[in-house]
Design a protein around this ligand. Sequence first.
Ligand code: HEC
Length: 219
Amino acid sequence: MSLLIVGGAAAGVIYSGVYNVAATSDHWPITRWALQKTVHRSVERQASGIDVPPLGSEKQLLAGAVNFDAMCSSCHTPPGAQPSAAAQGMYPEPPELTHAAREKSPGEIFWVIKHGIKASGMPAWGASHSDDDLWAMTAFIAQLPDMTPADYRQMLQTAQASGIGHGAGGHHGESGDGHPAEDANGQDHGHNDGDEQAPGHRDGSAPHSDSGSRPHAHG
Ligand code: HEC
């Protein structure tokens, strides 16, 4: 009987639309508790059988740093940086990972990276990356509690100098410049450069005017 009442109340909440799904609105405390507990216990359980390989060689840490910088730092603020606009606007906000490094086992961190977390914004990287790549990032994350911003910059520089690029599992050949294609540094779309206050948007012909800096190709 009481189960029926609880179930009915839950359905009532869902169908009424009163639960605000805006990322700008905090979860109700009970929802937050339930979600956090669910994630926490699920990760512990799923990761319990994972065999952790040796972690922490220099090469592995450098590869992990480069991959982290390329794929994770837009959400998980790296040492010495400020949270990105995207990170600040997400809910749950992607955590800075020092805390995870202290609280979670390497197996758990590896599992989260590989499989992601449903409906949170944390992607699964296992389909696109080898376990070696994921362990390298796991090893890197484990070092975060002792890493200064200068250490982090140094690691990226050393990696670049030694030709360790993004995807250092080996698919980028020997060329040495492993520039991450997807680094999210801020090109500012959506700026309005005030020189286009043209009154005539009426006929829908694309109003692109390249503000004239293009050299003449013929002439
Ligand atoms: C698009 C944003 C985004 C990207 C990119 C991203 N993450 Fe996450 N990540 C999140 C969010 C959001 C959470 C929190 C999920 C939650 O609280 O349930 C999270 C959680 C985690 C956690 C668990 C943290 C904890 O304290 O439990 C780890 C570890 C992690 N991410 C590692 C990574 C790594 C490594 C990468 C890059 C390969 C990465 N993430 C890329 C958004 C992102």
